[in-house]
Design a protein around this ligand. Structure first.
Ligand code: NAD
Length: 359
């Protein structure tokens, strides 16, 4: 029996994670899903954003299935008192440095994309984002009042070569299994960290002779993603650039509610790595509680969990095929429905996915 820590969090988190748990239980009877508080849900219970008992559950689990955290009511608080603190602690403490974000346009969804269908048809790329370094974690990071009485703030973008090398290896290893091309994205013309990034990526590429690598500046990469997205196979980039580019890439698929993610680290081994699996979106406060959120990202995150933490490729494929089949059948949540098509609510869409799981 494998234990999965289920941390649903805030906003639409619980609405979509329960769909993912439902699908997970359909394909694996030997998985124990244990829920625990995180984020605003923990703060409201008088606990810190990542309570000790939640962390203890994660410690003894094979993986974490995560929803999202953050609510407008906490936005003005310092980071330590905000729901998002939990997310950064989990990533940091479990050293979940490799964030994998598959971007796929399922057949039939081309018409929901922000781009012309001809540009996104069959689109299949992966963003490999460094997740525990860069400007989100570098020190100093603070707001302060300077000696002259003026308010100021500083964030620090910082990378050490081994941090770059290990994420580059992940990207090259993925590329080896795919179309064998890595696009490394940086801002080498301005940033010192990007100079080091490019150098280490080039060095790492020597160990992967079958994989070609090109380098793009992040501004150009943002443009190329909407100009000709099919040119990308694996996009390798640092923390903040990956955060932004993957939201942009999400819209190629029609909705941010489609994109799952896996955050993998150093714990576990071989094909049973400990990881955290979550939609790339936030808590969507504008639609939370209405039961209309698209659960695809959460369901596909469960598929990634099966693949990377439970070493169950057949079950992962079954889930992905069921989602693909649901889209082929015309099932759409409100964020994807176009041209007056009837939108299914969160539960109805999940019903279609479950019904289409290959037996
Ligand atoms: P968001 O991703 O929550 O929402 C952006 C837009 O996308 C909204 O219009 C929302 O309705 C829509 N959307 C998102 N997921 C959807 C889904 N599954 N189905 C349909 N529509 C969906 O981003 P935001 O509004 O900028 O942030 C809201 C809160 O989430 C903030 O507090 C932010 O800090 C937090 N956040 C958390 C995470 C995380 O937990 N990993 C990530 C990003 C933002």
């Amino acid at each position: 029996m494998s234990t999965i820590a289920v941390l649903s969090g805030d906003g639409i988190g619980p609405e979509v994670v329960q769909c993912a748990v439902r699908v997970l239980r359909e394909v694996r009877l030997d998985v124990e899903c244990v829920e625990a508080l995180v984020g605003g849900a923990a703060l409201r219970a008088g606990k810190p954003p990542l309570p000790d008992d939640t962390r203890a559950l994660c410690d003894r689990s094979a993986a974490i299935l995560f929803g999202a955290v953050g609510l407008p009511e906490y936005d003005s608080k310092p980071l330590a008192e905000r729901p998002e603190k939990a997310l950064f602690s989990l990533r940091h403490d479990y050293e979940l440095y490799a964030n994998i974000r598959p971007v796929r346009v399922f057949p039939g969804l081309e018409g929901s994309s922000s781009l012309l269908p001809s540009l996104v048809q069959g689109l299949d790329l992966i963003v490999v984002r460094e997740l525990t370094g860069g400007i989100y974690f570098g020190q100093p990071k603070e707001r302060r009042t300077a000696a002259d009485g003026i308010e100021e703030a500083v964030d620090t973008m910082f990378y050490r070569a081994p941090e770059i090398e290990r994420i580059a290896r992940v990207a090259f290893e993925f590329a080896q299994q795919r179309r064998r091309h890595v696009t490394s994205v940086d801002k080498q013309n301005i940033l010192e960290t990007s100079g080091l990034w490019r150098q280490v990526v080039e060095q790492t590429a020597q160990s992967f002779p079958a994989v070609s690598v090109t380098h793009l500046l992040v501004d150009n990469a943002a443009m190329q993603l909407i100009r000709r997205p099919a040119q990308f196979d694996v996009i390798l980039t640092e923390n903040m650039f990956g955060d932004i580019l993957s939201d942009e890439a999400a819209m190629l698929t029609g909705s941010i509610g489609n994109l799952p993610s896996a955050s993998l680290g150093t714990r576990g081994n071989g094909n049973r790595r400990f990881g955290m699996y979550e939609p790339i979106s936030g808590t969507a406060p504008d639609i939370a509680g209405k039961g209309i959120a698209n659960p695809t990202a959460a369901i596909l995150s469960a598929a990634l969990l099966l693949r990377y933490s439970l070493d169950d490729e057949p079950a992962a494929r079954r889930v992905e095929q069921a989602v693909e089949s649901a889209f082929r059948s015309g099932a759409r949540t409100a964020d994807l429905a176009r041209g007056g098509a009837r939108a299914l609510n969160t539960t109805e869409f999940t019903d279609v996915v479950v019904a289409r799981l290959p037996r």
